[in-house]
Write a protein that binds this ligand. Structure first.
Ligand SMILES: [Fe+2]
Length: 304
């Protein structure tokens, strides 16, 4: 059932909020992100985002400048990585990350290709993971593939058996930073030097974190590669204990009872709360074009 949010002066009488599932996500209607929003409207959008963790606004027509301007209302933006073949200087909007499988003149225009990207939290393997990520869909596959799943990490914590949840209290996870999201060794590192996750570079974050704005507790699992090769390790446990415990948690996560999938349309803008959400992307046919522009909003404090 859609609900009218509080009155928002200057832009419109109110914004309409339609929950997209019982688990996570809400569509906000009546907002054009290419226009300046009043502080009241921005606050309303912020509150819906905190409540539902993922917001979707359809039928947007955004320039890169629009996407950057709106994203900056939520914090400082990180710069996107440049493609190796592109000149680094004079990028109009270095805050834009291009996510695409499209190849032009023999060069990929963006990152991540067309393969599956397994469940993960963006940049969990860094000291200060971003608080939010956005995606604006410019071209999408026409066969309905390449959708993005979002998992509610508040409800996943609640969904764990009581005895398991109790055992997680106070534990810390090591997130190794030696491999990319797709399991490839980062440039300059040697596989032989990385005998264990414990030896690899990477930060330690709490396995159960407290959201700094909502005050709610949620699971912070990080990522897996293809459901098998773990990039995380429970600090202070033996490898066998850590693997067994993470198996118990991921078995519940992979039921996807706490997940919902967004079916993309061109013109969709999505912003998710990276502090309490994991996401994954399904594969899509390589002959189909998928172009998304993305921003990444820096957090102000490490997970706690
Ligand atoms: Fe991601």
């Amino acid at each position: 059932m859609s609900t009218k949010l509080k009155s928002v002066p200057n832009d419109f009488d109110s914004i309409e909020v339609q929950p997209l599932s019982d688990i996570i996500g809400a569509e906000i209607r009546g907002v054009d992100l290419s226009k300046d929003l009043s502080p009241a409207a921005l606050d309303a959008v912020h509150q819906v985002w905190l409540q539902h963790s993922v917001i979707v606004l359809r039928d947007q027509r955004l320039s890169d400048g629009d996407l950057v301007r709106f994203s900056k209302h939520f914090g400082v933006l990180d710069f996107g990585p440049n493609m190796a073949w592109q000149p680094e200087a004079n990028r109009d909007h270095p805050e834009i990350f291009v996510i695409s499988n499209v190849v032009e003149n023999g060069n990929p225009i963006g990152f991540l290709g067309d393969t599956e990207v397994d469940w993960h939290t963006d940049l969990c393997h860094t000291d200060l993971p971003p608080k939010a990520s956005t995606l604006y869909a410019m071209e999408i596959p026409t066969d309905g593939s390449g959708n993005t799943g979002y998992m509610n990490m508040y409800t996943l914590l609640d969904a764990l058996p009581d005895d398991l949840r109790i055992r997680l209290d106070g534990l810390q996870l090591k997130h190794e930073d030696a491999h990319t999201l797709q399991g490839e060794l980062r440039y300059g590192l040697n596989e032989g030097d990385l005998k264990t996750i414990e030896d690899a570079p990477g930060p330690v974050h709490p396995l159960i974190r407290t959201h700094p704005e909502t005050g709610r507790k949620c699971l912070y699992l990080g990522r897996q590669w293809n459901g098998e090769h773990r990039a995380t390790f429970v600090d202070g446990m033996s490898r066998a204990e850590s693997d067994a415990l993470l198996d118990e948690i991921w078995t519940v996560a992979r039921k996807e009872d706490c997940a919902w999938y967004h079916e993309w349309q061109a013109g969709d803008f999505v912003m998710w709360d990276n502090r309490c959400v994991m996401h994954r992307r399904g594969p899509f046919p390589s002959e189909m074009r998928r172009i998304m522009h993305r921003t990444q909003i820096r957090d102000t404090a490490k997970p706690f």
